[in-house]
Every structure is written in C-alpha cells, then in structure tokens.
Design a protein around this ligand. Structure first.
Ligand code: NAD
Ligand code: TYD
Length: 341
C-alpha cells in the first residue's frame, strides 16, 4: 500500500541518505522533505531527486507550528520520520540554546501535529549519546535499551529530552511512536565538521588533523545506509512505543581512524596535531543491537573496511560538494573552534 512520508531534516547527512534509500526501495511512496536549511542543510544534495513526481521539498522550521500544521493539513502524512536536529556536540558546547529550541521544542511541535492530525507512525531518530559513555577498560559493557539515560553534552541532553517527550506523548495521548538510538554514522554527504569528513577534507588539503586529547576515545561506527535500512524496518515492522538501538559492533579509537585516513590518502601522519580535549568528552560508545536483530532481523551489511573506502572515495570524487561548504561561513566556525586550540 502506498504511503505519504514526511522526512524532517532530509537535506542533512542521514536524512538525505534515507530519502535516497527509501525513494529507490519504495517508488510508490510519496516523500516530503521538510527542512529549515540551516548551515548543515544542503539543497544541492537533493538535486538528483528534486524533479521526481513523488518528491516534494518544503523549506520550513520544525519549531514553526503554523508551517508544520499547514503541511500536515495539506499532505495528511501516514508516517513522519524526524531527523531534523542540531547535531554537533562541539556547537552545543559553544551555544546550547538553539539545540534546546530545535531538538526539544521542534520535536514538541511535531508531536502536537501528529496528535492533532492522526498518524500511522511517528519515528524519532535519536542517538546512543543519550546513554552517556562507557569505560574503556570494561569492553564487555554495551548500551542496551534498558541502559539509563545519563547525558553529557547539551546536545545529548536535548536529544534525551526529546525522547522522553515522545514517550510521554505515546503514553498520555496514544501517539503511535517508535524511537531509534544509533551509534556514530559515516558515509557520503556528512558535513565536514564531524570527525571522518573533517579529517578527509583536511588531509586532502594538506591541513593539520586536529585530534582531541590523546585520540583514545572510542566510537562505534556504522555505515549510513545500514542506519537507513534499520529505520525502514522499524517504521514498517517495529512495535509501537518501543526503542531500538542500532549499531554494528564496530568500535574504533579516533586516532586509529585518523591514521587510517592518512594511509588511504597517502598523506603523512605528521599532519596529526593533538589539540585541547573537548569539554565533558564522552570516552566510549558501544551499542548492543540484539533487540533489533532478534525482532526485525536487522544486521549491518557494510563492514568498516568497505564503508570507509566508499566514504573516502566519495569525498575524493565530490570535491565541489564539500569545497563549497568549507569556503563559506565554515571558515569562521573553524577559526573559532580550532584557531587557538
Ligand atoms: P545534520 O546536522 O547533517 O542534518 C540536520 C538537518 O536538519 C539539516 O538538513 C538541517 O538543515 C535540518 N534542521 C536543523 N534544524 C532544523 C529545524 N529547526 N527545522 C527543520 N530542519 C532543521 O544531522 P545528521 O548527522 O544527518 O543527523 C540526523 C539525525 O540523526 C539527528 O537527529 C541526530 O541527532 C541523529 N543521529 C546522528 C548520528 C550521526 O552520527 N550523525 C548518529 C545517531 C543519531
Ligand atoms: P564527532 O564526529 O563530533 O561525533 P560525536 O562527538 O558525536 O561522537 O566526533 C567523533 C569523535 O572524534 C569524538 O570523540 C571527538 C573526536 N574529534 C576529534 O578528535 N577531532 C575533531 O576535529 C572532531 C570534529 C572530533
């Protein structure tokens, strides 16, 4: 049966990959991308699908109640997948306010629209960062869906608040929701403020590679398509009211990733510069994805060796996409964040 799906934040990294994946997999569905086009949103990313008859782009803020309600009235969506968020931890340390506004208040507006107009499914794209961090010396510890919320940064606190609100709207008003908490994603179209694309872009430009602290922090990396596949499964087959963790058992230290990127691009490791650590820096993230595997049969399909090669090749072959970004306001950001670090 056909469906109309609103994808918020679809001009960003994961949202755009999700739309590409879904429009291919479900050509009979209609997709509406609602995006404010903040610094992280890039309309040019969506150029390949912009003229498709089953795709519509709407520039709007999820905090704008009138715009959101009008869109629901007009499109009568069956499903909403909420990717829209301020997503970068370092920016949340610099300026928490906009994180609270978009990530919490924006989610509240989306919830109210779902409640008013009725919905088959609202899916909240959350993060493993809501669980806080794990010690390095206890590799047996993993985040499960039962791990208590214990946030570190304004970013993770705002995402956790949104999760609690979404669960409250389910319990109190019966809104049919699901939530996914995924580990760190990598792949094409990721904004070059995040570790992997920043290091690739800097290495290609022979710029220094700023590693925070000693580079020993661990993240659990997942290729973006595997995240998109998991969300597709959850919105179709996931149980209403449930949280699903998504991760591929692929823990890596930051320094090892940066060295791997140097090697792949034939750049010297002498580009690596150790800089002042991030405030409140989470040590280790690691997901236990048993629930989504057992209930929905999800397993990651792209291993890290293949995924990082695909990603590096993409940045090498799509220089105009990221060069356009780093030639603009990004330079001020970079100077503020790394100038005297
Ligand atoms: P991103 O920063 O690349 O993209 C965010 C998108 O949301 C942009 O297109 C931006 O324009 C849009 N947006 C921001 N504020 C908005 C607003 N008020 N109204 C409408 N649109 C707005 O982020 P991403 O990395 O693609 O992350 C997407 C979602 O996935 C986020 O909710 C994030 O918390 C979550 N997540 C990300 C990762 C990761 O590794 N990147 C991992 C787990 C979960
Ligand atoms: P990031 O991509 O910002 O994701 P998150 O903080 O949400 O996990 O950072 C991933 C890891 O890389 C994190 O431990 C911080 C580190 N990092 C650096 O060492 N240098 C950098 O320039 C950036 C952006 C991140």
């Amino acid at each position: 049966m056909t469906k109309t799906i609103i994808v918020t934040g679809g001009a960003g990294f994961i949202g755009s990959n999700f739309i590409f994946y879904m429009i291919d997999k479900h050509p009979d569905y209609r997709f509406i991308c609602l995006d404010k086009l903040t610094y992280a949103g890039n309309l040019s990313t969506l150029t390949p699908i912009m003229d498709k008859p089953n795709f519509r782009f709407v520039k709007a803020d999820i905090c704008d109640r009138t715009a959101v309600f009008n869109l629901f009235e007009e499109e009568k969506p069956d499903v909403v997948v909420n990717f829209a968020a301020e997503s970068h931890v370092d920016r949340s340390i610099e300026n928490p306010g906009v994180f609270l506004e978009t990530n919490i208040m924006g989610t509240a507006v989306m919830m109210d629209a779902c409640r008013k107009y009725g919905i088959e499914r609202y899916h909240q794209v959350s993060t493993d960062e809501v669980y806080g961090d794990l010690p390095i010396d206890k590799p047996e510890l993993l985040f499960t869906e039962m791990t208590p919320i214990h946030t570190s940064s304004p970013y993770s606190a705002s995402k956790a608040s949104a999760d609690l609100l979404v669960l409250a709207y389910h319990r109190t008003f019966g809104v049919p929701i699901t939530i996914s908490r995924c580990s760190n994603n990598y792949g094409p179209y990721q904004f070059p403020e995040k570790l992997i694309p920043l290091m690739i872009a800097n290495a290609l430009n022979d710029k220094s590679l700023p590693v925070y602290g000693e580079g020993l922090n661990v993240r659990d990396w997942l290729y973006v398509d595997d995240h998109c596949k998991a969300i597709d499964l959850i919105i179709h087959n996931g149980r209403v009211g449930e949280v699903y963790n998504i991760g591929g058992h692929n823990e890596m230290r930051n320094i090892d990733i940066v060295k791997l990127i140097c090697g792949a691009l034939g750049k010297p490791e002498s580009l690596i510069t150790y800089v002042t650590d991030r405030k409140g820096h989470d040590m280790r993230y690691a997901i236990d994805p048993t629930k989504i595997h057992n209930e929905l049969g999800w397993l990651p399909e792209t291993n890290f060796a293949d995924g990082i090669k695909l990603t590096i090749d993409w940045y090498v072959n799509n220089r105009p996409w990221w060069q356009e970004i780093i030639s603009g306001d990004y330079q001020y950001y970079y100077e503020r964040m790394y100038g005297n670090r």
